[in-house]
Design a protein around this ligand. Structure first.
Ligand SMILES: NC(=O)c1ccc[n+]([C@@H]2O[C@H](COP(=O)([O-])OP(=O)(O)OC[C@H]3O[C@@H](n4cnc5c(N)ncnc54)[C@H](O)[C@@H]3O)[C@@H](O)[C@H]2O)c1
Length: 394
């Protein structure tokens, strides 16, 4: 019997995030009861989820072992909170980002469920000590912050209340892992959690550079989309440092420590994000975005958003190298090696780990049903880079 068999999760709030969480949990075999305080809204959500699952099935992108109808059969909608909570071991709250709305939901939930039930919030930026302040038993409270949309983007930040039990963190981590998400544990609460603190650091410096006339709006976005972003879609900052110097992380900090400190000390104050600079950036950004939408559609495929230009580029190169002719979904070691060198002629990863990289590429190709299309090429590339990473970490 699988760990999800017969277990029930209640999702409270059936908007964008509630629907996506429901899809994630049913893909892992859990029964999901979805509740919304707007009558009829939860039922409409199920209708929407059904449509999405059928489309995903058609595209061979459905998550989990069950087919779309089997997954839908695990889902029920409720306009009555008490009924929705019955039998659940885990509650995922997804209502509006308003502190009072969340507090009153958790107060109501607590009066209907047993001591052992985990109360989890999807909040983007409210702290556990605020949200759960009116819950009596805060030891079972946790934040499971997804990245939108959780069905496609796997990261979940788990943030404990100061009183949260270690076993609540462990159970939530195990649940998220079991349904295919990528949970990370924060050891204590902090404003912005981890993802937004990193994101805001990038936004702040990008803003300062534009505001101070160092670079244009369009070009700072290119710094990310054509530079840092390509790398960070596959490896994190620590891995980047480790792979960016011949002898690894220690070597990297030896070489660049002083430079990094000098630059960081020169950073300006937190921007106001308003006034004349905001108007100027907004105007330019709008123009850039409109143009961008015209010729660069964004896909959400497994790993979040990536530009179709990148997929096209990869696709064309594979085509040129004759990889599509191999047809049966496998790549020879020679082709794998050629593909790696083609993409990463000077990469430290491929220079340091040539045989594991080849192996990773071969495995990626053979585990995906190979059909030459732009979308599939992107999916393969995602899988291929991710595998390289896992091979190296193993
Ligand atoms: N949208 C995102 O990008 C994103 C990403 C990560 C986390 N989150 C967080 O997820 C939560 C939900 O966001 P969303 O984008 O799905 O919002 P949404 O506006 O799409 O949906 C909210 C839903 O909650 C329902 N609701 C409101 N009050 C309720 C109550 N008291 N009881 C039951 N249902 C109630 C509403 O009817 C609505 O269907 C928020 O806390 C948000 O910060 C959102």
């Amino acid at each position: 019997m699988s760990s999800s068999e017969g277990k029930t999760i209640t999702v409270i709030g059936s908007g964008l995030i509630g629907r996506s969480w429901a899809m994630v949990f049913i893909s892992g075999g859990y029964r999901v009861k979805i509740y919304d305080n707007q009558p009829g809204q939860a039922a409409r959500a199920i209708h929407e989820v059904r449509k999405q699952l059928e489309d995903l099935q058609e595209e061979c992108m459905l998550r989990g072992d069950r087919n779309a109808s089997e997954q839908i059969a695990l889902l029920s909608s409720h306009d009555d909170l008490c009924q929705a909570l019955e039998g659940a071991f885990f509650i995922q709250e997804c209502v509006f980002e308003e502190i009072e709305a969340k507090r009153s939901v958790f107060q109501a939930v607590e009066s209907h469920v047993g001591e052992g039930v985990i109360l989890s919030s999807s909040t983007s930026c409210l702290l556990p000590s605020n949200i759960f302040s009116q819950v009596q038993n805060r030891k079972r409270c946790i934040i499971s912050h997804p990245v939108n949309p959780p069905y496609y983007v796997r990261l979940v930040e788990l943030v404990p209340h100061p009183e949260t039990l270690a076993e609540v963190m462990d159970t939530t981590h195990a649940l998220m892992t079991a349904v295919g998400q990528a949970p990370v544990r924060l050891k204590k609460e902090i404003d912005g959690f981890a993802l937004n603190r990193v994101q805001y650091a990038i936004i702040a410096e990008s803003w300062r550079l534009v505001k101070d006339g160092v670079i244009s709006v369009k070009d700072i976005d290119l710094v990310m989309s054509e530079g840092l972003g390509m790398r960070y879609a596959f490896i994190g900052p620590m891995e980047t440092m480790h792979l960016n110097a011949p002898e690894g992380l220690e070597d990297y900090v030896q070489r660049y420590r002083e430079g990094m400190k000098r630059v960081l000390n020169a950073f300006g104050p937190v921007p106001e994000f308003s006034g004349e600079a905001a108007e100027r950036i907004n105007k330019v950004s709008l123009c850039v975005c409109v143009l961008y939408c015209f010729y660069q559609r964004l896909y959400i495929l497994g790993l979040g958003q990536m530009s179709s230009d990148f997929a096209n580029q990869v696709h064309k190169r594979y085509e040129k190298l004759g990889y599509f002719n191999e047809g049966n979904g496998t790549l020879s070691p020679a082709s794998s090696r050629a593909s790696i060198l083609q993409f990463f002629p000077s990469s430290t990863i491929t220079r340091r780990y040539p045989s594991t990289c080849c192996q990773a590429v071969q495995t990626s190709f053979s585990t995906l049903q190979w059909k030459p299309s732009c979308e599939k090429t992107l999916a393969i590339s995602v899988k291929y880079f991710t595998s390289i990473k896992y091979f190296i970490l193993d």
